[in-house]
Design a protein around this ligand. Structure first.
Ligand code: HEM
Length: 492
């Protein structure tokens, strides 16, 4: 091996032999999550593949991943300097840029505080529990009306196009204090990317690992650059409007609170870690970007599963009828009282594993994992899909069965089972939108299922195999149908 200085007594991780120059890229090109899961069965939880000439460490197995991301969290909290990442947020992204030092930490803390203030903190002005509840209830009601109208006009339809706009509107309200019309072309062209973003940002994009590919024309990379450019432009325009109308006595949303932070930081407590205004303001780019595709994809899979499994849908609806009734809308505070619905959402995260890998990590220093020597700056893939389908952890992993999370009486979620689902990463890079994401999925779903029954056009063969990407989706499906469950009164 050409690697140097492997300390005595330590091994290098095993892995498949690759071709010169290409490495293992040919085996990994399609359904990378499945290919790496298969390879891990042969080579183990700590394995090394080569993509192009670059070695990539692939971690599988819940215990091994916890050891790396939690117990040795500092060693594994970096991000690799990948070619495609430099186009995201002008290379300033909180989530994708290679920074993992003090500046990243300060920005992450700022993002967490801003998110909390404008989502799940108690609302001072409204009757809702919090702003998030207010935004989601409004958008979910809109979706119910829209779906009924589409069903009336078209008899079957593609619901994802509308779902993504409603979810985007929730994060728009939190970040920018505004809502967009479902026919707004500018927002539509940003949020209906299908996979333009996810194809290039997916773990294992060959252009990130084989330098020569950067100089060849690539449709994927062209679309990716274009979408990032449009995205930054969209956000920048809104930020400019906020600067113009900014009033420090009246902070309206996350963008305002970041502007306020820019103005106060020189006198404030954080002077220890100086952050440029650009690095502060661009946080809203990350929040907006991470906040709609993930949640929309989760809801999209949820509605596909209820349509595919009518008995499971019926059980959720019976639980909603019994616990909430039909007279009022579901609220966030109902979540703890709906174990079957909760179990369904957990099973949706596990079975779809629509984020098959976390964002790639990298080592911040040379380290040792399970007896294997890992050099500094090694790119690391975390295989969430493998954990969620590991036969050592799950009985019949390929079966969709919410009951696996419930006790025998069906009254409680088992924490030991729910803690095994990997969807938001773990440790220092764990998703900062996890609670918002979970609350949103819950309330959108409960509101829609209380009022509507979902199905697929009879006789239709649907293909739900996920298409590989940063977030995996099923192929466009235009055969959703809905039925009203009961007559609704004019005001909820
Ligand atoms: C990172 C999942 C919703 C903001 C991540 C990561 C995953 C993830 C797997 C990468 C973790 C790692 O690299 O180890 C999800 C899922 C969501 C969701 C499944 C919804 C169902 C959200 C929302 C927001 C958000 C709503 C913000 C409003 C972020 C940010 C990061 C991140 C900023 C980067 C953190 C860092 O690099 O330090 N998320 N996410 N996410 N997520 Fe989420």
């Amino acid at each position: 091996s050409f690697r140097q200085h492997v300390p005595k007594g330590l091994k290098t991780p095993p892995g498949p032999r690759g071709y010169p120059i290409l490495g293992n890229v040919l085996e990994l090109r399609k359904d990378t999550h499945l290919a790496l899961t298969r390879l891990s069965q042969k080579y183990g939880d700590v394995m090394e593949v080569r993509i192009g000439t670059r070695p990539v460490l692939v971690l599988s197995g819940l215990d091994t991943i916890k050891q790396a991301l939690v117990k040795q969290g500092e060693d594994f909290m970096g991000r690799p300097d990948l070619h495609s990442f430099q186009y995201i947020s002008n290379g300033q992204s909180l989530a994708f840029s290679p920074d993992s030092g003090e500046v990243w930490k300060a920005r992450r803390r700022l993002a967490q505080n801003a998110l909390k203030t404008f989502s799940i903190a108690p609302s001072p002005t409204s009757s809702s529990t919090c702003l998030l509840e207010e935004h989601v209830s409004k958008e979910a009601d809109y979706l119910v009306t829209k779906f009924l109208q589409l069903m009336d006009e078209e008899k079957s339809f593609d619901l994802n196009r509308y779902l993504v706009v409603s979810v985007a509107n929730v994060i728009c309200a939190i970040c920018f204090g505004k809502r967009y019309d479902h026919n707004d072309q500018e927002l539509l062209s940003l949020v209906n990317l299908s996979n333009e973003f996810g194809d290039a940002a997916a773990a294992g994009n060959p252009a990130d690992f084989i330098p020569v590919l950067r100089y060849l024309p690539s449709r994927t990379m062209q679309l990716f650059k274009d979408i990032n450019r449009r995205f930054s432009f969209f956000v920048q325009k809104i930020v400019q409007e906020h600067y113009t109308s900014f009033d420090k006595e009246h902070i309206r949303d996350i963008t305002d609170s970041l502007i306020e932070h820019c103005q106060e930081k020189s006198v404030g407590e954080d002077a220890r870690v100086p952050l440029s205004n650009e690095k502060i303001i661009s946080i809203v780019n990350d929040l907006f970007g991470a906040g709609f595709d993930t949640v929309a994809t989760a809801l999209s899979w949820s509605l596909m599963y209820v349509a595919l499994y009518p008995d499971i849908q019926k059980k959720i609806q019976e639980e909603l009828d019994q616990t909430i009734g039909r007279e009022r809308r579901p609220r966030l505070s109902d979540r703890g009282t709906l174990p079957y619905t909760e179990a369904f959402i957990l099973e949706m995260f596990r079975h779809s594993s629509f984020l098959p890998f976390t964002i790639p990590h990298s080592t911040t220093k040379a380290t040792v994992l399970n007896g294997y020597y890992i050099p500094k700056d090694t790119c690391v893939f975390i295989n969430q899909w493998q954990v969620n389908h590991d036969a050592k952890l799950w009985k019949d992993p390929s079966t969709f069965n919410p009951e696996r999370f419930l006790n025998a009486a069906g009254t409680e979620i088992s924490r030991t089972e729910s803690d095994k689902v990997m969807a938001f990463g773990l440790g220092k890079r764990r998703c900062i939108g996890e609670s918002i994401g979970r609350w949103e999925v819950f309330l959108f779903l409960a509101t829609m299922l209380q009022q509507l029954e979902f199905s697929l056009r009879p006789g239709e063969e649907v293909d739900i195999s996920p298409q590989y990407g940063l977030t995996m989706k099923y192929k466009k499906c235009e055969c959703f149908q809905i039925k009203k469950r009961f007559p609704t009164k004019s005001s909820p």
